[in-house]
Ligand binder design. Structure first.
Ligand SMILES: Nc1ncnc2c1ncn2[C@@H]1O[C@H](COP(=O)(O)OP(=O)(O)O)[C@@H](O)[C@H]1O
Ligand SMILES: [Mg+2]
Length: 303
C-alpha cells in the first residue's frame, strides 16, 4: 500500500488560476519524499488538498488507502501537517498547544497529557512546556509545530518548506530529527527549495512545474543521470601532476584541484593515480550541488 496516491489531480482556484493540471504522484509507505518546485508551482495546493484545507476541482486522492472523498475522516487521521508559517496562538502555553491539538482528534485529556509529555521531551521542549509560545526562539517554534503535527501519531507527516529561512545549524538539527522520525516508521513528505536537503535526506522526489509533475524518480537514479561530476580535491602538498594530467585537473590554489569525472566508476582510477603520483589527499567532495544542475536542466527541458 502507498502512503499517498494522487491521480489526475486538478485544481482551478476561483478567478481561474489553474494551480494543478493533472498531477500524478505516488509516495510509498515509509518513504522520505521531496516535492520540489519553484514558487507558485503548486506544492502548497497539493498539501492543502491532502490536508483538506483546499477542495480539489477533480482527481483521485488516497491516503493509506483511504479515499479523501469517501473516507475523509480516516484519511485525515493518517496525516500530520506542519505548515510553512507558524499558525499557533502566540499567547498559548506550549503544552496546551499540543494537548488541544490532540483534542481535535478525539484523544481524551489524560492520554493527551501523557502523549504531550513524550513528544515534547522528544523535540526538546519539555522544559518549556509552561512557557508562552511567543517567548520561544525560532527553532523552538519550528519544533513545536512538528510536535503538534505528530501528537496524534500520524502515519505520514507532511511539511511545507520546513527549512525555508532557517539558519544552517537549525536546518541540520531538523534534518536529524526528521530522519529519526522516518526511521521509526513515519512516512515523510516535504516540499523544499533546498536541493542539498533532498540529496542528503530523501529517497524519492518529484519536481512540479506550473501545476504538472515533470519528474518523478528516486534521488539515486536522478543523480546517475548526471553525465559527470566535478570533485574538489584538497591535497597536503601540490606536486607536479604526473599521471593525474589525464583527468585535466584545474588547479584552484596551492592545495586544491577541481577534477571532472566522466563516470562515477572512474573515481577509483583517479584515487589510484593521485596516490601513485605521491599526492596526500586530505579532503575530497563533489563540488557544488549535483541535483541543482539536474533540476535546472529538467525545468529547462520542460519549458
Ligand atoms: N487561494 C488562492 N486563490 C487563488 N490562487 C491561488 C490561491 N492559492 C494559490 N494560488 C495560486 O496557485 C498557484 C500555485 O500556488 P501554490 O500551490 O501556493 O504554489 P507553491 O506552494 O508551489 O509556491 C499560484 O499561481 C498561486 O498564485
Ligand atoms: Mg508553497
Amino acid at each position: 500500500m502507498n502512503a499517498i496516491e494522487i491521480k489526475n489531480l486538478h485544481k482551478t482556484y476561483p478567478g481561474g488560476v489553474k494551480a494543478l493540471k493533472g498531477v500524478d504522484l505516488t509516495v510509498p509507505k515509509g518513504d522520505f519524499f521531496a516535492l520540489l518546485g519553484a514558487n507558485g508551482a503548486g506544492k502548497t495546493t497539493i498539501i492543502g488538498i491532502l490536508t483538506s484545507l483546499v477542495t480539489k476541482t477533480h482527481g483521485h486522492v488516497e491516503v493509506f488507502g483511504h479515499n479523501i472523498d469517501h473516507d475523509f475522516e480516516a484519511a485525515k487521521r493518517c496525516v500530520g501537517v506542519v505548515p510553512q508559517e507558524f499558525n499557533f496562538s502566540m499567547f498559548e502555553k506550549v503544552q496546551d498547544i499540543v494537548v488541544n491539538q490532540a483534542g481535535y482528534f478525539g484523544v481524551d485529556y489524560t492520554t493527551a497529557l501523557r502523549e504531550a509529555e513524550i513528544i515534547l521531551k522528544r523535540v526538546g521542549l519539555w522544559e518549556k512546556r509552561n512557557a508562552m509560545a511567543r517567548t520561544l526562539s525560532g527553532g523552538m517554534k519550528r519544533r513545536l509545530m512538528i510536535a503538534r503535527g505528530l501528537i496524534h501519531h500520524p502515519s505520514v507527516l507532511i511539511l511545507d518548506e520546513p527549512t525555508a529561512g532557517v539558519d544552517v545549524e537549525l536546518r541540520h538539527d531538523m534534518w536529524a530529527y526528521l530522519r529519526e522520525i522516518n526511521r521509526q516508521g513515519t512516512t515523510i513528505l516535504l516540499t523544499t527549495h533546498y536541493l542539498e536537503e533532498v540529496e542528503q535526506m530523501c529517497r524519492n522526489c518529484a519536481i512540479i512545474k506550473e501545476g504538472q509533475i515533470v519528474c518523478h524518480d528516486s534521488v539515486r537514479k536522478l543523480l546517475t543521470r548526471l553525465p559527470q561530476d566535478t570533485y574538489r580535491v584538497t591535497v597536503k602538498e601540490m606536486l607536479s601532476l604526473g599521471e593525474v594530467c589525464s583527468f585535466n585537473p584545474v588547479q584552484v590554489d596551492e592545495h586544491t584541484l577541481d577534477i571532472e569525472i566522466k563516470k562515477r566508476e572512474d573515481l577509483n582510477d583517479l584515487l589510484l593515480k593521485l596516490a601513485k603520483t605521491g599526492f596526500v589527499i586530505t579532503d575530497l567532495h563533489p563540488k557544488g550541488n549535483r541535483l541543482e544542475k539536474l533540476f535546472l536542466e529538467i525545468l529547462k527541458a520542460n519549458d
